[in-house]
Design a protein around this ligand. Structure first.
Ligand code: UDP
Length: 235
């Protein structure tokens, strides 16, 4: 098998489905089913989930919220999503543990690498919530950090698009998809995959990122069975 340990990044925004806000239970269950399918293949799975479906610090700041508090609200939003996903996974009999970057037992256990590694080796799915625990970061950076810490073979970035394109395919009909591209090219061409902090961390620590469409059911399994979908961003 290509990847033995993965960091799966899910966007909070995708979780809201067509609702425009909050958690769409159909989308949540679709994600849980896809994850359950690969958990059964013996892959070690670490998950980081965003919070954009509930609150983003930057958009809060634009409305007059204090950025520091707004970011804390965003991190809490990722905990809410993590609990929802854990609950959906447990419903499918997948053993799941929520770890938090900010202490808040008994909502989740305080994150540490040894705790994460132990759970992974027991074949528990771990959901690492509250991003990095610090304001001014994003969950993309949180997932780069956690992916590097748990020594994942790859970060699978589940999005609503099926990969990285030469230009925005919604604006430019001539845009074509890359099957693979280097971090240097991504940077030099100014392509937007993740924020710069997250991209730089993956690049410096040689963590490849595979961007794929998580909203098509079955795609996660396709990635893990070596089918050529999405775009691989490599060091
Ligand atoms: N956030 C933060 N520090 C982190 C991770 C997240 O302050 O390490 C906050 C930030 O306000 C962000 C929000 O949590 O806007 C939700 O995360 P993100 O926007 O990355 O979610 P996504 O876009 O993936 O839904």
């Amino acid at each position: 098998m290509q990847f033995k340990r993965i960091l799966l990044k899910l966007s909070g925004e995708s979780l809201m489905g067509d609702q425009g806000y909050g958690i769409d239970s159909q989308r949540l269950n679709d994600y849980a089913e896809q994850i359950a399918e690969i958990a059964g293949m013996g892959i070690q799975i670490g998950i980081v989930i965003g919070g954009g479906n509930i609150f983003r610090g930057l958009s809060g700041a634009a409305k007059g919220f204090d950025r520091y508090k707004g970011d804390q609200m965003g991190m809490m939003a990722t905990v809410i999503n993590s609990l929802a996903l854990a609950s959906a996974l447990e419903h499918l009999s997948v053993k799941t543990r929520v770890l938090t970057a900010i202490r808040m037992e008994p909502v989740g256990e305080f994150y540490s690498k040894p705790k994460a590694m132990e759970a992974l080796s027991n074949n528990e799915v771990i959901i690492m919530s509250a991003g990095t625990g610090n304001p001014y970061f994003t969950t993309d950076t949180g997932s780069s950090l956690r992916g590097i810490e748990i020594e994942a073979d790859v970060m699978l970035k589940g999005t609503r698009v099926d990969g990285v394109y030469t230009a925005d395919p919604e604006k430019d009909p001539t845009a074509t998809k890359y099957d693979s591209i280097s971090f240097d090219e991504v940077y030099n061409k100014g392509l937007k995959i993740m924020d710069l902090t997250a991209t730089a961390m993956c690049m410096e620590n040689k963590l490849p990122v595979l961007v794929f469409n998580m909203d098509v059911k079955g795609n996660l399994k396709k990635v893990l069975t070596g089918q050529k979908i999405g775009t691989l961003v490599h060091p």
